[in-house]
Design a protein around this ligand. Structure first.
Ligand SMILES: [Zn+2]
Length: 325
């Protein structure tokens, strides 16, 4: 939530509090009287400090009278079963009174949590992908465990470098469907998000739709959402899923070249996940584009039986066993 929206929300909380107290005083006039007397006495104490008292009471007498008023109010509230915090503003976060800050420039835990949630939403990760982490990536399904252990390690090292803002090679995850590429891409995204950095994870088709929408509307001079396009170029980490499934036109190749080129010039990393092998990239895309893709990347090859199929087969076996027993 922006600072402006927070300010609006705070105003609303204060207005709610005022009308709640007003309604309370209408229903229980003595409570209203107590409040007014209490305020008058506070003012009188301030005036006494300036030598301008009007009520003919000493400061001690006034403080005593105030204490008596508070005690009476407490009794009345108890008698009418009113909640103890009815005179307080009901902030969502009492720590920062919903301002988002606890000191000068120091963010409150509620704001940090909110920003993390915004980054998660912004990333485009599905709830299922948000569960896919390095910890939940298991080698049990793979025959060639050493190779996949090494792949996992390289993904972790990549994610750590991105978190630290260090220069790194990009990653090119390629191979058969269902062999764990998506899980590792999500794990990298979640790791980087956790460190407070921004990630965009999109399928190539969605990326191209965004670019098309932007260009088309830009030419028509209509309202555009440039931040979305800018984010593709400038987000801390861009993860592109399913590269190679797009319909390749001059426009698409041009835009992809521009995208990779921009990110290279900002020294910003990306991860590509694709069913295409590196040699196929060379045949689909022209040299200057395949150079941008492969020349900057570490290639991690996935192969073997689909983990997804293996999991489904095992689930079936369990189902069968359960239906037999
Ligand atoms: Zn807070």
């Amino acid at each position: 939530m922006s600072i402006a929206r927070r300010a609006l929300k705070r105003q609303k909380k204060i207005a709610d509090w005022e009308s709640r107290v007003e309604a309370l005083h209408q229903k229980y006039p003595r409570l209203g009287e107590i409040s007014r007397l209490f305020t008058q006495m506070s003012l009188e104490i301030a005036m006494l400090g300036m030598g301008k008292g009007k009520m003919g009471m000493s400061k001690e007498e006034l403080l005593q009278a105030q204490e008596a008023l508070l005690a009476e109010r407490k009794l009345l509230m108890k008698k009418h079963n009113l909640p103890g915090n009815i005179y307080e503003i009901w902030w969502d976060c009492p720590q920062c009174q919903d301002t988002g800050f606890v000191g000068i420039g120091e963010k409150c835990a509620c704001l940090l949590e909110e920003e993390q949630e915004e980054r998660r939403l912004f990333s485009g990760l599905t709830p299922h992908q948000q569960e896919q982490t390095f910890k939940t990536f298991t080698l049990d399904w793979y025959e060639d465990k050493d190779r996949y252990r090494a792949i996992l390690q390289q993904c972790i090292e990549f994610a750590e470098k991105v978190c630290a803002g260090e220069k790194t090679e990009n990653l090119f995850l390629c191979g058969t469907i269902g062999t764990g590429k998506t899980h590792l891409c999500s794990a990298i995204a979640n790791y980087v998000l956790q460190a407070g950095r921004r990630v965009v994870y999109l399928k190539i088709g969605t990326i191209l739709d965004l670019i098309r929408e932007y260009k088309f509307n830009f030419e028509k001079n209509e309202t555009i959402k440039p931040h979305q396009l800018k984010d593709l170029y400038q987000v801390d980490l861009l993860i592109i899923d399913d590269l190679g499934t797009e319909v390749s036109t001059d426009f698409v190749r041009e835009q992809l070249f521009y995208l990779f080129d921009e990110r290279i010039s900002y020294c910003l990393p990306w991860v590509i996940s694709t069913n295409l092998m590196p040699n196929e990239i060379g045949t689909i895309y022209e040299d200057r584009l395949s150079d941008r893709i492969l020349g900057t990347s570490r290639v991690l090859k996935f192969s073997g039986t689909s983990v997804r199929q293996l999991k489904a087969m095992q689930a079936n076996k369990i189902d069968q066993k359960e239906s037999v027993s």
